[in-house]
Design a protein. Sequence first.
Length: 201
Amino acid sequence: MKIIGLILVLFYAALMLFALWKQHSLNASSLCTGAGSLLVLGYALLYLIQNRSLLPLLVIGMLCISAGALLNGIRLKKVHIHHHIIRLLLEAAMVALCWMSMGGGSDKLVDMGTIEIDGAQAVVWEDRTYVPFCVVSKSDCGAQIGFLNGDTDDRISAYQEYPTNQWLVSWLPMDGGAILLKEITVTQIPDGLEDEYQITP
């Protein structure tokens, strides 16, 4: 779902910029649409580069694009209300998709604890213990579900589409990689992964 959300957002912003390029005119509506498209692109790039989901940036960008389209309709004296309603609904759907797939609902994030096992930091969530397994890419992170020891920058996310009662990912916004965490009793390992820590129950 995360990939679909990013693709839709990037495609929409690129489509708006292409339409402006074909228009070959500079006015209030094109400036508004262009600024909104750049904000939407900025949101997507920030997520791809730093794994940061700045949803207000996306919302403001979408509103600017819609405002630009409305201004253009007024300028041409061709305001089609149902077109603008459809546009707003599509934009709202894209924002909702990004919110759900990229860590929406931050007020429900879980503050998890840590313990030390065999010299490594393990994560404790409810009655489960997750131990470091291997290094993975931040692009493998799913929705954020928690943070560690009260530090909201020390983040815990789902791992791809795997169940969170078996796999988690620990990562920091400013670091390049992420640490895959395995629930300590799990024995079935996804293809392509190799245990770099060898921590056993």
